[in-house]
Every structure is written in C-alpha cells, then in structure tokens.
Design a protein. Structure first.
Length: 321
C-alpha cells in the first residue's frame, strides 16, 4: 500500500493513478457547454445541434514534441490546439476535449502538472472544457486528445465541396512553425516569436464557424503544409487548385530567419506544417470573410500548382515517408 501523500509524491508511480487523475482535473472551472465533467464513467457535453463533430490526434514524445525544445506547458498547449483546429476546420464551434495520457512510471508529477496546465490554458482560450480521459503506464510519453464540436445548425464544411471558379483563402499563420523548427534544429532558441510558433501554435478557432457562415465550400486545417493540405481538397473535390505566390504573405521575421539560415522562407510558407491555419474555398472574392487572405483559385483539372506550374520539391509532411 503506497504511503506517499499527493503533495509528497515525486513521480506518477508514487502518486498513484487515482490521485493523479484528481490532481490533473480537480478544482478546474468548466464552460457552460460541459454539463458533467470528470468524475463519472463518461462526461456529458452540450450538443444542441443533434450532431457532434469529433477528431483525435496522438502526440508521441520524440516524434511530435521534444521536452528539450518545449516546456511541459507548451506541449500541453500544442496537444489541445492541434485537435481543436480540426474541429474548427469542419465549420464547428469547439466544445470539449478528452485526454488520454500514457507515461513511464518514473515520469515526474511536476512534468504532468505542466502539461496539464498548458492544456487547460489553451482549452480556456478556445472556451472549451477538458471533460475527461484516461491515464495508463507505458514506456514512452504519449498524449492523445479527442476534440468535440457543435455545428449549431450549420452544414459541416468538408474537403469535397470546392468548385471550379471558387477562390482559395487562408486564415492564420503559415510557415512560422517550420521556421521555428529550423531554428531549433540548428541549436538556437531565438527569435522567440518564431520558435514559439512551433512550440505552441495558435489556430484561429473562431474562423472555422466564420467561414461556414460566409458560405465556404470546402475547408481544411493546415497541419502538414499548405500545398499538401490543399492537395487533399483538390483530390476530394476533383478539381485543380493554383496558389499565387504574389498573394502569399511572407513576414519579414521569416525573411530574416531564412537569410540567417540560408533557407527560402517562401518554402516554409508553402510546405511547412503545424501552424494549424485554416484554408478554405469560397464562391467568390466577395464571400471571403474579414481576416482571411485570398491566395489562389480553383479550376477544372486535378492537383495543386504554384503560379500555374508544379511545385519543385516536397509539398509537406507525411508519416513513414
């Protein structure tokens, strides 16, 4: 029988499963969308629409995050953000997240406190609750987050609705996370704004519902790279998409980092993943909402081109490639 009290325990093995759950969930405020939070066999979340949008992502230490590059709070922030961005990309309003956590017995309670704090902070920014989950023992630190959303009477915005004649627009940062990863990979920790974009992305959650209300025909979360993810829309919609580089913003900070590292910042904007911006197609320029930037067009055909030509180089991230 373990004798350590929750305040004395240094590792999860010393703290124990149920004390850990209480530590990670106790005393947290929930938004109105949470009718019943942690503590029972399952949570109860508002779904006034009658339909629930659901998405899951798994983050593995050494693959999706490194604790020598990111703080525990940033890891928790990122785990929630990447999932809620998928819900927003369907045109839904995020409502809740559930967290699955697997970690070695030697994992410190302090580390999990930090990860949990980051999760709750990002959940609060998105106005959602962390309503439940599970904790198990494993050899590797793994975080699985399931995000839920409410369509609020709107149609889901799928990848398959783009039509020839539509325009393509984006909302959110592009290329910043890839630039931050390049900086970290060279052993640097600044500029902070660029590195932070990789450690803790900030998806434009409200822009998903905004695009749906404006008449978006297709939408996607830019997680693997702009060209790669627009390719998913092009394939699902059986259309061709052309991106115009003269319409793409390349922030001066990315230009500065590219100059310092001998890299082309435009490549980061076109192919860099993990910014979790939203990309969508709209019937015409007048339908593109405020805060969105038009970057290209949809036409008959197939595939994605840049300035009318195939892009020379990888289009984005793929696991196992």
């Amino acid at each position: 029988m373990r004798s350590d009290t929750p305040d004395q325990a240094g590792t999860v093995a010393e703290l124990g499963e149920f004390n850990l759950i209480q530590r990670l969930t106790g005393g947290r405020a929930q938004p109105p969308s949470t009718l019943l939070g942690p503590g029972d066999d399952a949570a109860v979340v508002v779904a006034s629409d009658g339909r629930v949008v659901a998405s899951t992502d798994v983050l593995v230490e050494g693959v999706h995050f490194r604790l020598d590059w990111s703080t525990p709070e940033q890891v928790g922030h990122k785990a929630v953000a990447v999932n809620l961005a998928d819900v927003a990309a369907m045109g839904a309003t995020p409502t809740a997240v559930l967290v699955g956590l697997a970690c070695p017995p030697r994992t410190t309670v302090e580390l999990l406190d930090g990860i949990t704090a980051g999760m709750w902070q990002e959940a609060n920014r998105a106005r959602v609750g962390v309503v439940g989950g599970d904790v198990v023992s494993s050899e590797t630190l793994v975080i699985s987050v399931t995000a839920l959303g409410d369509l609020q009477g709107r149609s889901a915005i799928r990848r398959s609705g783009a039509l020839a004649g539509d325009v393509v627009a984006v909302c959110g940062k592009l290329g910043w996370s890839a630039a931050g990863l390049a900086v970290l990979g060279r052993g640097f920790r600044s500029p902070v704004t660029v590195v932070s974009a990789h450690r803790a992305p900030e998806p434009p959650y409200d822009a998903g519902a905004q695009a749906a209300l404006a008449g978006a025909t297709a939408m996607i979360d830019v997680s693997d790279g702009l060209l790669s993810d627009l390719g998913h829309i092009a394939t699902a919609s059986a259309v061709a998409i052309d991106v115009r580089t003269d319409l793409l913003e390349v922030h001066q900070r990315l230009v500065d980092v590219g100059t310092a590292l001998g890299a082309d910042p435009r490549h980061w904007v076109l192919t860099g993943g993990e910014d979790h911006a939203l990309a969508a197609t709209f019937p015409g320029p007048s339908e593109v909402p405020d805060g969105w930037v038009t970057i290209g067009t949809v036409r008959r055909g197939e595939g994605v081109t840049v300035d009318g030509r195939p892009y020379d180089g990888p289009g984005g991230w793929q696991h196992w490639r």
